[in-house]
Design a protein around this ligand. Structure first.
Ligand SMILES: Cc1ncc(COP(=O)(O)O)c(C=O)c1O
Length: 385
């Protein structure tokens, strides 16, 4: 039986063939970006620059220097939060956040940062824009941070006018784009986003160990890792210019080479087209699961407000049991449990057992979804009897 990978919200699989080749090429080519002026070092530097440029093009940003490479979305989020917030600051965020946000904020709370969480609707997982705005105006808010798409329930938050509104009110606007980057079209200028964190290994189709933080023009962050930038060697101080200020240490060149190949692939395929394909798969899953009597499907009925993370449970069955059966008996890979987002489960009433999460990706076909639904149909029927 051929394995069926439906865990793309964790990391996309497979990657485009060009990504595998680019990683291997970079490892074979050698050279460290920003270190040395021999041919291999310059080629490595060039590759990093082109990757930044490709990101700026994909997200419609003017200045590629403002894309800071990180190991993943978590380190990008940490860089933003610890670089910006100080004792006495207030942050408004949502009840749908991943632990990559919740845990740094818990640490910052110990250091005197005030956290306000706005609850999402328990049926749809969507937060009202007006509720976020009201919460921001209750006190002097420094940062509004919103999970763009839920990694558990797929809810896409209404972020379109928040950037402009935040700018008017002197609030920094940040998105956790871990589940949206590469999966839904994103235009930084239209969104007027100040900070955007994303991994390279999910919707962007790159390798693990890659990610970035975009820092908009008006935002000043303090670094918390120092040294090892390769430039300005005579100075004992961290450089002031971007991106070097936040990129200490030797870079993950093979990872970035893979990410560059992935970005080229994305540009050619078009994020609009990818979204269209994923919406077809999402609709098929949502319709299929909704038609099964003993399935509880969570989240909005509007598939246009859903990204590719779809959560459900079978009545009176432990999600872990379902995941184990799908994996061991049917070679279908899904994820079960809390998916690193316990607050989102508390919001939707699925804490503490969590859910079964199925997340299709660009390389899944409608036939594969049919196979998944057939298996679920049998499981649901057994549960019903
Ligand atoms: C919404 C969200 N934020 C942050 C992260 C953390 O991403 P990474 O594992 O790349 O650090 C994830 C990962 O699943 C996520 O889904």
């Amino acid at each position: 039986m051929k394995p069926l990978y439906l865990d793309n919200a964790a990391t996309t699989h497979p990657k485009p063939e060009s990504v595998y080749l680019a990683v291997m090429d970079a490892l074979r080519s050698g050279g460290s970006p920003g270190r040395g002026v021999h041919n291999q070092a310059i080629a490595a530097d060039r590759l990093v620059f082109e990757t930044r440029e490709a990101l700026a093009e994909l997200f419609n940003a003017d200045n590629s220097d403002r894309f800071i490479f990180t190991e993943n979305a978590t380190s990008a989020i940490n860089l933003a939060l610890f670089g910006l917030l100080q004792s006495g600051d207030c942050i408004v965020t949502t009840s749908m956040e991943h632990n990559a946000v919740v845990r740094p904020l818990k640490e910052l709370q110990k250091r005197g940062v005030n956290i306000v969480k706005v609850s999402a609707d328990p049926m749809t997982g969507i937060v009202e824009r007006a509720d976020l705005q009201e919460a921001c105006l209750q006190q002097k808010t420094r940062l509004l941070l919103v999970n763009h798409c839920s990694n558990v329930f797929g809810s896409i938050q209404p972020v379109s006018e928040l950037g402009e509104w935040c700018q008017k009110h002197g609030i920094v606007f940040m998105l956790d784009g871990a589940q949206s980057a590469g999966s839904i079209p994103i235009d930084f200028k239209a969104l007027q986003v100040d900070l955007f964190a994303a991994p390279g290994h999910k919707g962007l189709l790159g390798p693990q160990g890659t990610g970035f933080l975009y820092i908009g023009g008006g935002v000043e962050l303090s670094p918390f890792v120092f040294g090892g930038t390769g430039a300005d060697s005579q100075s004992p101080y961290q450089p002031k210019n971007l991106p070097e200020r936040f990129e200490s240490g030797t870079m993950n060149l093979p990872g970035l080479a893979g990410l560059y190949a992935a970005l080229q692939f994305l540009q050619k395929r078009g994020v609009d087209e990818i979204r269209k394909h994923e919406v077809t798969l999402i609709s098929k899953i949502v319709t299929g699961l909704k038609g099964m009597k003993s399935v509880n499907l969570y989240g909005t009925d509007n598939v246009m407000l859903r990204s590719n993370a779809i959560s459900f449970n079978l009545v009176d069955r432990d999600p872990a049991e379902i995941g184990y059966f799908l994996d061991q008996q049917e070679q279908i890979r899904v994820r079960v449990g809390l998916h690193c987002a316990p607050d989102a489960h508390r919001t939707m009433g699925t804490f503490p057992a969590g859910t079964v999460r199925v997340s299709p990706g660009l390389f899944n076909t409608e036939e594969e979804i049919d196979r998944f639904l057939q298996v679920m149909h049998v499981l649901a029927h057994e549960s019903h009897c």
